[in-house]
Every structure is written in structure tokens, then in C-alpha cells.
Design a protein around this ligand. Structure first.
Ligand SMILES: NC(=O)c1ccc[n+]([C@@H]2O[C@H](COP(=O)([O-])OP(=O)(O)OC[C@H]3O[C@@H](n4cnc5c(N)ncnc54)[C@H](O)[C@@H]3O)[C@@H](O)[C@H]2O)c1
Ligand SMILES: O=P(O)(O)OC[C@@H](O)[C@@H](O)[C@H](O)[C@H](O)CO
Length: 494
């Protein structure tokens, strides 16, 4: 079978939309599933419907990655969007052709920097995970490349400044998609820190601020990536081999905080795409992180221990669905200040999205780094609930106990702590400090000591959770019940 390429599609008489040649106007940090199922999809639609006429150059942010595979396929890949739209089942295939090439800056740093000299380049997008936007003090101006994403970006901006610093309108619109608070501001702060540390001069710093727009954005789409089980059949159906097939839900939302003028140059709205340009993205972010990500993080660890493997199966289980609904409607939503109707409608839509018959969203994939996720996505709801109702939110506290039960293990192997579900081992992935805490303490301490030691670790939670009245005792009781009755029975009792 031929590999996916422009020639292969031609010989298959595939007449779907493709744009082979166009100016490279977008530079993208990250070649992962998410950006390919979200931003690149939007750009592809703009190219087809709005004559956006832009190609995307993809930069691999870390040494290992997929740009070589992307180049083997001339930037092409197949995206399947699956779910419901206006009540109808949808399974839509699209060959995405907006990517011109991928660059690995660890192999060809010059090719990376040369992008700065391209006068047509206007947009920079990134998704380098929650770990990507960091200031790494070891990074030097003459590293080729420096290790962190913000340091790589600063190098590129400096090259741009050297070539076009005297011209108006040659800065970039920078759209950060990382799921951290105020991602655009955080990125700009790192760039400013490098500019100062590397002595790049006041003119450069002024140019960065005056000529570049750092937008904080909120992204929302469940992108499930390469469909391992189905790939062989899909390739056979398509008559070409695609090593980068991507899958995602149909729903998408991109909220971009930036000047209204952006709407003129980025015609998302005209194309009917779910992208909003707003003055303040933070209410949307809070709603999404607390409700959607909060529902994931507060449910999946308990559900996994109760024997489930994917999100949809949880939605088909009355006990788990009731637990999630109680968490959402009685403990999370009452703590949010946005209009209730809007919150309820968002939460109901999330439940429908989790039921998506086409998407197998693995609980173990969502469980990655659950300690920092619980802190960022669930703890704020617990605190707001205690403040409002002067009592503990029972489902949220159970989710904390479920996290501890899920993380119970004593052996670390190849960077993962090994857990046990009814005699079957699973991998717990988080940062080493968290894994070592559990490996050392889960069995060595008494249960109250274990819960107190975990809950009081300010490095994990930013504060001491033992200060909340009854918190430790309730978690200990839940853990006792999980041990004696099993997770399913405890969830049923809720
Ligand atoms: N998949 C989804 O449904 C979804 C939805 C919304 C947001 N997100 C977020 O998007 C991010 C990426 O998800 P994905 O599904 O594309 O994952 P992925 O594993 O396919 O891609 C990860 C990308 O991040 C880069 N990366 C990893 N560690 C990095 C580091 N330390 N510094 C710089 N770059 C780094 C990799 O090079 C790669 O390009 C995650 O943080 C996730 O929270 C994912
Ligand atoms: O991607 P993570 O690992 O940060 O979190 C897991 C899920 O909660 C997340 O991927 C959601 O599905 C996504 O944020 C929806 O937009």
C-alpha cells in the first residue's frame, strides 16, 4: 500500500480539498495530536473556505517527536471527527493539507531560525503541554537550540527583530494553547526574562511588546489521537497508509483573548468556526477547567478502580454517572459565579460529549499527572464549596481518597509507579517526587499518618489541606471503606 502523499492522492483520484503550495504564514510549536486535531483543522478550513492561503511550518519542541514522520507524508494526515452534531451522528473524514513541513531544531537549528526571515510569517501557535512554558535558567543565547520552548521563541523573535525590527507590522500574533492560566502572559513573561538575562537590549524588549500580540487562549476539544485498533482497517479503506491518523470529537471551542482587529485578519467567524475573540477569556477558562476537566479528574480514578477503562463506559454505568452528576451539579456548579443557566447547559453538553459513541477516551490516559490536575482542576471547587456552605463536599473529598487509592503502590519501574487493580497491574505516571512519596509511604505509614502526610504536602497542593475541618478523617474513612467494600460499593453509597 502506498504511503499518504500528494501523488498517492492524485493517483487515487481523490478530489477532496488540498492546498499544496502557499506562503508559510503560521509557525507551530508542537506536532502532537491536539494541535493537529484542532488548530491545523481550523486553518485547513480557512484555506478551503476563506482563501486564507497559508501553510503551517511545524517545529518539534523537544528532541524526540514526529516531524520526520510528518515530512515522510509531505505534512498530510487524515483526521476523523466523530460524535453528534445537531442530534445527528457524525463521522467525518478530512485530509489535512495545511502543513508544509516539519523542522526538528535539534537537527537543523538554522532552518528553524530562517523562519524569522520570512516576511509572510505572521502567526505563531503553540501547545507544548503544561510543562512547556517555563523559564529554564540554564538556557543560553548561543545554544542551538536552547532547551525550553520560550527560549527557542526568544531566539526566533530576536532574529526577526534584527531583520525587520525597523518595519511596522512585522511582529507576530502569538496564540498559546497550553492549558495553564493566562498562557499568553506566562509566555511573554518568559520571553522578557530571557531578553533581560541574555542582554538583548531595550530596543528589542520594546519591539517585543509593541509589535507582537501575545494572546492567552482557551482550547476545548477531546482529541484522542491515533486509533491503534482501527488503523489497519482505516488504511485499507483509504487505500493509502497514514502513520499519523488522528481522531477527535466534533465539538470544539477556541476562545482567544485579543484585540477585536484580529477578527479581520483571522476569518474564523466568517467560516462558521467555533472561535471567539474576546476581551477576557478567564470566565470561559474557569467554566471549562472546573466543569469538564474537574469532572474527568474527580471521576476517572474512582471509575478505574471500579473496573472501568474508558469514559463512555462510565457514562453507561448508573452508579458512576450519578456520582459524576452529583459532583458536578451539587458541588462544582454551585461554587461558580457565571449565569447558572449557562453553566448547566455547559455541564449537560459535557455529559453528552463524554457519551460520544465513537470516542474511546482511556481513563489511564486522563490519569496522567493526577496530583497536579487535582490541585488545579478540583481543589478550587472544594475550597469555594467550603467557603460557601461551611462543610466538606462529600464527592470531591471521595475523589481525593480515590486518588490516594489509585496511587497506592510500592514499586517504581521505568518511571512509573505500579498499581494493582484486582490482581492486574497498571502504570501510574506522575512526577518522580509524587511517585516516590507513594512508593515510600503507602504501606509504611498508618492510614491516618499516610493521609495527613499527603494532604499536608504544600509542594503538591500549594497549601496544607489538613487545615480543613474533618478532611483527614473523612478521607481515612473513605479509604477504609474502599478497602473493605470495594470502590463500586462506595460510589453506590454516595
Ligand atoms: N488531547 C486532548 O484532548 C487535549 C485537549 C485539550 C488540551 N490538551 C492539552 O494539550 C497538550 C498536548 O496534548 P496532545 O494530545 O497533543 O499530546 P501529544 O503527546 O500528542 O503531544 C505533546 C506535544 O507537546 C510537546 N511537549 C511535550 N513535553 C514538552 C516540554 N517539556 N516542552 C515542550 N514541549 C513539550 C511534544 O513535543 C508534542 O508536540 C496536553 O498538555 C493536554 O493537556 C489536550
Ligand atoms: O489532556 P490532559 O491530560 O491535560 O487532561 C485530560 C482531559 O481532561 C483533557 O484532555 C480534556 O479531554 C480536554 O481538556 C478537553 O478539551
Amino acid at each position: 500500500m502506498k504511503r499518504l502523499s500528494y501523488q498517492a492522492l492524485k493517483s487515487l483520484n481523490d478530489n477532496s480539498f488540498r492546498l499544496k503550495e502557499a506562503p508559510e504564514r503560521v509557525l507551530q510549536f508542537g506536532e502532537g495530536n491536539f494541535l493537529r486535531g484542532f488548530v491545523d483543522y481550523f486553518i485547513d478550513i480557512l484555506n478551503e473556505t476563506q482563501s486564507f492561503n497559508s501553510k503551517v511550518v511545524v517545529v518539534q519542541p523537544i528532541a524526540n517527536g514526529l516531524v520526520s514522520v510528518l515530512n515522510e507524508q509531505e505534512g498530510l494526515y487524515t483526521l476523523y471527527l466523530r460524535g453528534f452534531e445537531d442530534g445527528e451522528k457524525v463521522n467525518r473524514k478530512r485530509i489535512i493539507s495545511c502543513i508544509s513541513r516539519g523542522i526538528n531544531p535539534y537537527e537543523d537549528f538554522e532552518a528553524y531560525l530562517n523562519n524569522a526571515k520570512n516576511p509572510e510569517l505572521r502567526y505563531i501557535v503553540s501547545n507544548t503541554t503544561e510543562a512547556g512554558i517555563v523559564f529554564e535558567p540554564k538556557d543560553q543565547m548561543d545554544d542551538a537550540p536552547p532547551s525550553s520552548f520560550p527560549a527557542k521563541l526568544t531566539r526566533l523573535l530576536y532574529e526577526r527583530f534584527k531583520v525587520f525590527g525597523g518595519e511596522k507590522g512585522k511582529g507576530f500574533v502569538i496564540l498559546s494553547c497550553e492549558l495553564i492560566d493566562n498562557n499568553g502572559i506566562a509566555l511573554k513573561n518568559c520571553v522578557d526574562q530571557y531578553a533581560s538575562k541574555w542582554n538583548l537590549g531595550e530596543d528589542f524588549t520594546k519591539w517585543v511588546t509593541a509589535e507582537n500580540i501575545f494572546c492567552s487562549t482557551l482550547v476545548d476539544r477531546i482529541v484522542t489521537g491515533y486509533p491503534r485498533e482501527e488503523a489497519e482497517n482505516l488504511n485499507a479503506e483509504n487505500h493509502y497508509e497514514d502513520k499519523l491518523i488522528n481522531t477527535a470529537e466534533v465539538f470544539a471551542s477556541w476562545v482567544i483573548e485579543g484585540p477585536k482587529t484580529l477578527a479581520d485578519e483571522l476569518p474564523f467567524e466568517k467560516a462558521g468556526l467555533p472561535v471567539m475573540i474576546v476581551d477576557d477569556h478567564t470566565p470561559y477558562k474557569k467554566r471549562k477547567v472546573r466543569i469538564l476537566n474537574g469532572a474527568h479528574t474527580s471521576m476517572v480514578l474512582a471509575a478505574y478502580l471500579a473496573g472501568k477503562d474508558i469514559v463512555r463506559d462510565c457514562m453507561e454505568d448508573d452508579i458512576i454517572l450519578s456520582f459524576m452528576k452529583k459532583t458536578l451539579f451539587e458541588e462544582i456548579i454551585p461554587t461558580l459565579t457565571l449565569p447558572q443557566e449557562e453553566l448547566l447547559s455547559f455541564a449537560n453538553a459535557v455529559i453528552e460529549r463524554f457519551k460520544n459513541p465513537y470516542i474511546d477516551h482511556e481513563l489511564l490516559a486522563i490519569s496522567l499527572n493526577s496530583v497536579s490536575k487535582w490541585r488545579a482542576r478540583v481543589l478550587p471547587s472544594m475550597k469555594a464549596y467550603i467557603e460557601k456552605f461551611e462543610q466538606l463536599p462529600s464527592c470531591i473529598v471521595l475523589s481525593f481518597a480515590a486518588l490516594m487509592a489509585f496511587y497506592t503502590g510500592t514499586r517504581i519501574e521505568n518511571g512509573a509507579l505500579i498499581g494493582d487493580r484486582k490482581g492486574k497491574e497498571y502504570k501510574i505516571i506522575d512526577n518522580l517526587e509524587v511517585l516516590e512519596f507513594f512508593a515510600k509511604n503507602s504501606k509504611a505509614l498508618s492510614r491516618p499518618e499516610f493521609v495527613s502526610a499527603f494532604a499536608s504536602n504544600e509542594g503538591f497542593f500549594g497549601e496544607d489541606l489538613t487545615k480543613y475541618d474533618g478532611f483527614v478523617e473523612t478521607v481515612v474513612n473513605y479509604l477504609d471503606s474502599i478497602d473493605t467494600k470495594g470502590m463500586e460499593a462506595v460510589l453506590k453509597g454516595m
